[in-house]
Design a protein around this ligand. Sequence first.
Ligand code: DC
Length: 221
Amino acid sequence: MIVTLDGPAGAGKSTAARALAARLGWFYLDTGAMYRTVALVALERGLSLDNATALAGVAESLDLGFQDGRVLLGDRDISDEIRTDRITQATRPVADAPPVRAAMKRLQRRLAAGRDVVTEGRDQGSEVFPQAELKVFLTASPGERARRRHREEEARGRRTSLEAVEAAQARRDEGDRGRPVGAMQAAVDAVILETDGLSAEAVVERLVTLVETRRPGRTAP
Ligand code: DC
């Protein structure tokens, strides 16, 4: 079975997707990490982020692995490196490049083949897995998302203002919604889950309930 979890940054997707996959004992596919890894490799090779063909070449030959919640490039653990601001910024042109998205789509389908998967991103339900048994679009108000992100940043020891976080978030949302290929959008048949005021545990409980009602062989109530 495939469960897709899409939505904007800060809606609580990663936490929810990871916890849901752990709870079900399923594979967790972090597609944001995939785009981030392409950006990391491109920077390390000194490639221009405007060169879509070169970026697609990186995406096509990515030696990527997911193991115990860590992201591996070959046998190198890059989980923390791909979360730096530098990589977050470099990922934007990478994720905008249509040939990179085409390569990622193929890789995502290959990684999911024959497995029970929770896959998380922007376009998983709308574009990559249109046949998924359950599609969820997780969202929250801009203010709530910015407050969560700000708390995370502070917890990591980074000093930043709520206003700066909110402005950066608005820029990312615009980029994610506006890209010509693979734009962030809820699939027409997605369940919209608004997470304002919900704890992470409450979100996972709702997701588990949704999965139970959609499992193949079950009749929806
Ligand atoms: O979810 P995240 O912050 O790790 O995503 C990193 C970047 O990749 C962000 O700019 C959105 C983009 N992305 C995408 O375009 N499509 C996806 N399926 C997942 C992420």
